[in-house]
Design a protein around this ligand. Structure first.
Ligand code: NHR
Ligand code: GAR
Length: 221
């Protein structure tokens, strides 16, 4: 049995997708938020998961916040720590402590658009394909080994909200899948920071990597 701790900052729909996936061999030990008002805490609590808040505004600097967060995480002795819409940049020391067992989901096709406001920037750049990436976290922001990506089309009439919603639906597929692979000990990082899945992956998963071209609203698919 693998034990995981999920860190959120807000809505927590990715956390919810992982909980709902009921991944065999995975126990959600705790959900921790850095904001007391994070609405995802309500779902976690309602599902009998231990919830904690480590409020970053109560700490003088990033290192002391990260120390408090690590203490809270380590109380649950997790095998894996999952960032799910977690909005605080983490210090080198924190990242090193969880090296190889810290995953993030980022709402772009990395290495394009690291950082914030990815959907707005994708529309501004005029890209035709956008998406989401699950990656291992390294000290450098949104730069760690890539586990799985899902692509979606960018439509001419998209705004930030419509594009974000299309990407989010894909996030809810790929994040539980990545956690499942981790739990099965199937993720291998090579010497060049590339990830492969031991035993390969199914056609269904390639369908998430090659864009599934959903029909524009109003048209049959
Ligand atoms: N920390 C490290 N060291 N490396 C990564 O790859 C990380 C990380 C912490 C979070 C998630 C990330 C994302 O997927 C993530 C990856 C927050 C910011 C940010 O600038 C940037 C990227 C990500 C998360 N946060 C502001 C800060 O000052 C606060 C913004 C806010 O509170 O709304 O920390 O995109
Ligand atoms: C998701 O789209 C996630 O990829 C993104 O925020 C959203 C959180 O939604 N993460 C970041 O932007 C990290 N900087 P959720 O709280 O409903 O999972």
């Amino acid at each position: 049995m693998k034990s995981i701790v999920i860190l959120i900052s807000g809505r927590g729909s990715n956390m919810e997708a992982i909980v709902r996936a009921r991944i065999p061999g995975v126990r959600i030990a705790a959900v921790i938020a850095n904001r007391p008002g994070a609405s995802g805490l309500v779902f976690a609590q309602a599902n009998g998961i231990d919830t904690r808040v480590v409020d970053h505004t109560a700490y003088a600097d990033r290192v002391s916040f990260d120390d408090a967060l690590a203490e809270c995480i380590d109380a649950h002795a997790p095998d894996l720590v999952v960032l799910a819409g977690f909005m605080r940049v983490l210090t080198d020391g924190f990242v090193r402590r969880y090296e190889g067992r810290l995953l993030n989901i980022h709402p772009s096709l990395l290495p394009a658009f690291p950082g914030l406001h990815t959907h707005r920037r994708a529309i501004e750049a005029g890209v035709k394909v956008h998406g989401a990436t699950v990656h291992f976290v390294t000290a450098e922001l949104d730069d760690g080994p890539i586990v799985v990506q899902a692509a979606v089309p960018v439509r001419a009439d998209d705004d930030e909200a419509t594009l974000a919603a299309r990407v989010l639906a894909r996030e809810h597929l790929i994040y539980p899948q990545a956690v499942r692979w981790f739990a099965e000990d199937r993720l291998v990082i090579d010497g060049k920071g590339r990830v492969s899945v031991r035993g390969g992956c199914s056609d269904e998963v390639s369908a998430w990597i090659v864009p599934a071209l959903d029909a524009p609203t109003g048209e049959a698919s």
